[in-house]
Design a protein around this ligand. Structure first.
Ligand SMILES: [Zn+2]
Length: 152
């Protein structure tokens, strides 16, 4: 009985972040089926230009760079200084990943996004910031595909 209880506790408190990570990864995989890959720096900049307006991020300096692919959904955002953010998208990452990373910047308006201690950050990232960014990414799916249809 005790072993079962310990096993249950282990599953609930230790395995859940793993399950959550896998679940979030699966959601992004589903989105990626409907969102074509970014193929050029030019395309990335067009997406950035239209997507940042949606989130009202016009007062921030944001640069997006297309980099060599490292893994499947590789895209990240880094705060370089007070008002300058760098989004890196691996060649082949989805168009919606731009909206996704911009949403992290939008969330980061609450400065704790960057300032929080590592452990708390991981938990908040996994259970709050990342699901929100994925949900937003999902909502922008159609618009992201349309932007480039109009542009090309
Ligand atoms: Zn994210």
């Amino acid at each position: 009985m005790l072993v079962l209880l310990l096993l249950l506790a282990f599953t609930v408190f230790v395995l859940n972040p793993v399950i959550m990570k896998a679940f979030l990864c699966m959601l992004r995989s589903i989105i990626s089926i409907f969102s074509p890959p970014i193929s050029s720096q030019d395309e990335l900049e067009k997406l950035l230009k239209s997507e940042r307006v949606k989130l009202g991020l016009l007062d921030k300096k944001i640069k997006a760079l297309l980099v060599a692919p490292r893994s499947l959904f590789e895209a990240d955002v880094e705060k370089i200084n007070a008002d300058f953010y760098l989004i890196r998208c691996a060649r082949g990452s989805t168009r919606t990943s731009v909206s996704h990373e911009l949403y992290h910047i939008y969330d980061a308006a609450a400065e704790e996004y960057w300032a929080t201690r590592r452990f708390i950050w991981e938990i908040k990232y996994l259970y709050w910031w990342e699901p929100r960014a994925i949900f937003y990414e999902f909502r922008r799916l159609r618009a992201c595909n349309l932007v480039l249809k109009q542009a090309s």
